[in-house]
Design a protein around this ligand. Structure first.
Ligand code: NI
Length: 227
């Protein structure tokens, strides 16, 4: 399931994140790559242990915690501290898969990557190319979102970033370990949750059928979730 999460960052938070990372020192993006993706990747990245990346990442994590759509769709258990990359002058990232397990350098923090996230941090009019292309069950989908918006997609997907031929594409990217490992189970929970919320708008949260369905949702989550 690919899902767009709009307005993760409002204008003020976006400006704060950009001020932090624009002033930082960027390095060759291959610092964080696995062997296979190192061959495919041409970009710049903030070092994982950079203070700017940590502060900007904290702003993003704080913002994400307030986005109900993200919580409902991802059912997050652990989130990798956000990383930041930049593409310009023809840079891109050829087709690759993300590592299944990510370990935060210098710590014992590790996650299984169930979901990959890209949070766009530049106005799409400011650059050409730079689409994130994700191959899914129904073909490839190209994504280029307004600054502050995020795309969530299965970390198992083949994906690439098209070369940036004008301007500069800046984004944050990170991985999520979901409480619900199975993508189909997670999707069913999300669809059930969405339907309950829609019906509850007409009938109210205290409607007996809504209460019963909410119980079903939580009982399924209890069956399937690790915490
Ligand atoms: Ni990737």
């Amino acid at each position: 399931m690919m899902i767009q999460i709009p307005d993760v960052l409002d204008a003020a938070r976006l400006a704060e994140v950009r001020a932090l990372i624009d002033a930082a020192d960027w390095i060759d993006g291959n610092a964080t790559s696995g062997h296979q993706s190192a061959l495919a990747k041409r970009n710049l990245q903030l070092p994982e242990d950079s203070g700017a990346a940590r502060r900007a990442g904290a702003i993003i994590l704080d913002a994400l915690g307030r986005v109900p759509l993200f919580i409902a769709a991802a059912l997050p258990l652990k989130i990798f501290p956000p990383l930041f990359n930049s593409y310009e002058g023809g840079q891109g990232f050829d087709v690759h898969v993300d590592n299944a397990v990510r370990i935060q350098r210098g710590t014992d923090f590790r996650i299984r990557s169930d979901l990959s996230a890209t949070l766009f941090l530049e106005d799409p009019q400011a650059y050409d190319g730079g689409e994130l292309v994700v191959e899914g069950q129904f073909g490839a989908q190209a994504v280029k979102l307004p600054a502050g918006h995020m795309i969530l997609y299965p970390a198992s997907s083949l994906h690439k970033v098209e070369p940036v031929t004008r301007g500069r594409r800046i984004a944050s990217f990170f991985w999520i370990q979901s409480m619900v490992r199975d993508g189909e189970a997670r999707r069913s929970l999300f669809e059930l949750d969405t339907a309950i919320q829609t019906i509850a708008q007409d009938r109210g949260q205290t409607d007996p059928a809504i209460i019963q369905l909410t119980g079903v949702y939580h009982n399924l989550l209890r069956r399937w979730a690790d915490s």
